[in-house]
Ligand binder design. Structure first.
Ligand SMILES: *Cc1c(COP(=O)(O)O)cnc(C)c1O
Length: 365
C-alpha cells in the first residue's frame, strides 16, 4: 500500500466568508437529510498524465465543467455515503471508512475509472470532517453525512473511458432520513428492475439511481416510502430497496438476506449486521427469498419481522408491502423486537457506547 507520504497533500485554501456561527446553528437545528451543506469541500484531480494531483481542501462552491464533460453525456460517475458520528466522550468517529474506500474502488473499476489509494480517500474524508466539525448537528440521531464522489471531466464526446476525473468530498449535517420518522415503512414492489446480471447493480453509481427514480416516484405516488426491486430474470427474487439492503426475520429467530449475486449493492451496514447477528448466535442465511414466499410467510406468521438497512437510514423496519399482485402486513405492522435489538447493537458501536471489538470505529482528532 502507498503511504500517505507518497500521495498528494491537501492544500488548504482559505475561506473568504465562512457561515457566521448564529446562521450555522440555525441551519443545523433541524437539518433533515441531504439539503444542508457545510462550508468546505475536498477536490482532487486525476489525469492520465499526472495521476492524482491538485488536491485541495477549500471553500465549497460550484464546479466549472466543460459542456462536453463526459459525465454529462455518458454518466461516468460513482459515489459513496458514510457518516461521522459523535461518540459519548464528545469526539467524532467514522465507521469502517476503509470499507467505503474499497467499495469506491470496486465501483470505479466497473465504471472504467481510476483507482484512488484507500489512504487518500480516508484522509480526505478525515480532514474535511475535522475542518467542518462545528457543523455537527446536535439533534437526536444527528450525524455528518459524508458524500465522496468521482466523475469524468474530460471534454470528449467519443465513447470510451474518459482521461480526466475529479474526486470530490462534501458534507451534509443530517437528522433522521425518513421525514415521517415513521416507526415502520411501507414499501412498493416495482414492475421495473434495478439491475441485471452483468450490469452495474453492485456498483454505487449515479446511473443506477437515475433508473430508479420512476419506480421510486411511483411508490411515493401510491403512498409508500420506498420501492422494492425484484430480480430482472425471473421477477421473483427479492433484491433490495432503491438504496437499502433487506433482511427477513423468522419465528425461530433465524434471518435471511439476499446473497451478493452481483445485482445488489454490497452494503456495509448489511455486512456489519451479518457479523453482529452471527455473534448473537442467530442463524443467518444469505439466500434467495421470493416475493410470494414473503407474502405466504407473513400470512402464516412464520415471518415475524423485515427490515431495510443502509448508512443513511441505519435500520428501518418494513411494516407493509404492496404491489400490483401483493398487499400484506408484516407482524403487527410496527417495529419488531429483533430489528430493534440489532439496530441498538450497531448504533451502540457506532456511537462508542459499547466496546468496538471489530476495529470498526476510527476516532478522529
Ligand atoms: C449505498 C447503498 C446501500 C447501502 O449500503 P451501506 O454501505 O450500508 O450504506 C444499499 N443499496 C444501494 C443500492 C446503495 O446504493
Amino acid at each position: 500500500m502507498a503511504s500517505l507520504a507518497d500521495l498528494p497533500a491537501l492544500t488548504r485554501l482559505p475561506h473568504p466568508a465562512p457561515t457566521p456561527a448564529d446562521l450555522r446553528e440555525a441551519t443545523i437545528a433541524d437539518p433533515g437529510f441531504g439539503r444542508v451543506f457545510t462550508d468546505h469541500m475536498v477536490v482532487i484531480d486525476w489525469s492520465e498524465d499526472a495521476g492524482w494531483h491538485n488536491a485541495t481542501l477549500g471553500p465549497r462552491g460550484p464546479i466549472a465543467l466543460d459542456p462536453a464533460a463526459a459525465v454529462l453525456h455518458y454518466a461516468q460517475e460513482i459515489f459513496e455515503g458514510l457518516k461521522a458520528y459523535r461518540l459519548a466522550d464528545g469526539s467524532m468517529a467514522l465507521f469502517r471508512p476503509d470499507q467505503n474506500a474499497r467499495r469506491f474502488n470496486a465501483s470505479a473499476q466497473r465504471l472504467a475509472m481510476p483507482q484512488i489509494p484507500e489512504e487518500l480517500f480516508v484522509d480526505a474524508v478525515r480532514q474535511l470532517v475535522l475542518q467542518d466539525a462545528d457543523w455537527f448537528p446536535q439533534v437526536d440521531g444527528g450525524s455528518l453525512y459524508i458524500r465522496p464522489f468521482m466523475f469524468a471531466t474530460e471534454a470528449f464526446l467519443g465513447v470510451r473511458p474518459a482521461k480526466a476525473y475529479k474526486f470530490v468530498v462534501i458534507l451534509s449535517p443530517a437528522g433522521n432520513y425518513f421525514k415521517s420518522g415513521a416507526p415502520a415503512v411501507s414499501v412498493w414492489v416495482s414492475e421495473y428492475t434495478r439491475a441485471a446480471p452483468g450490469g452495474t447493480g453492485a456498483a454505487k453509481c449515479g446511473g443506477n439511481y437515475a433508473a430508479s427514480l420512476v419506480p421510486t416516484g411511483e411508490a411515493f405516488a401510491k403512498g409508500h416510502d420506498q420501492v422494492v426491486f425484484l430480480d430482472a430474470e425471473e421477477r421473483r427474487w427479492i433484491e433490495e430497496l432503491g438504496g437499502m439492503n433487506l433482511f427477513f426475520v423468522f419465528d425461530d429467530g433465524s434471518l435471511i438476506t439476499p446473497p451478493l449475486s452481483g445485482t445488489i449493492l454490497p452494503g456495509i451496514t448489511r455486512d456489519s449486521l451479518l457479523t453482529l447477528a452471527r455473534e448473537e448466535g442467530l442463524a443467518v442465511r444469505e439466500e434467495r427469498y421470493s416475493i410470494d414466499q414473503w407474502r405466504d410467510d407473513a400470512a402464516s406468521g412464520r415471518l415475524v419481522e423485515s427490515f431495510a438497512c443502509g448508512t443513511a437510514a441505519v435500520v428501518t423496519p418494513v411494516g407493509h408491502v404492496a404491489g400490483r399482485n401483493h398487499d400484506f402486513t408484516i407482524g403487527s405492522g410496527g417495529p419488531g423486537q429483533l430489528t430493534g435489538k440489532l439496530k441498538a447493537r450497531l448504533v451502540d458501536i457506532q456511537r462508542g457506547a459499547v466496546a468496538d471489538r471489530h476495529g470498526w470505529v476510527m476516532r478522529l482528532g
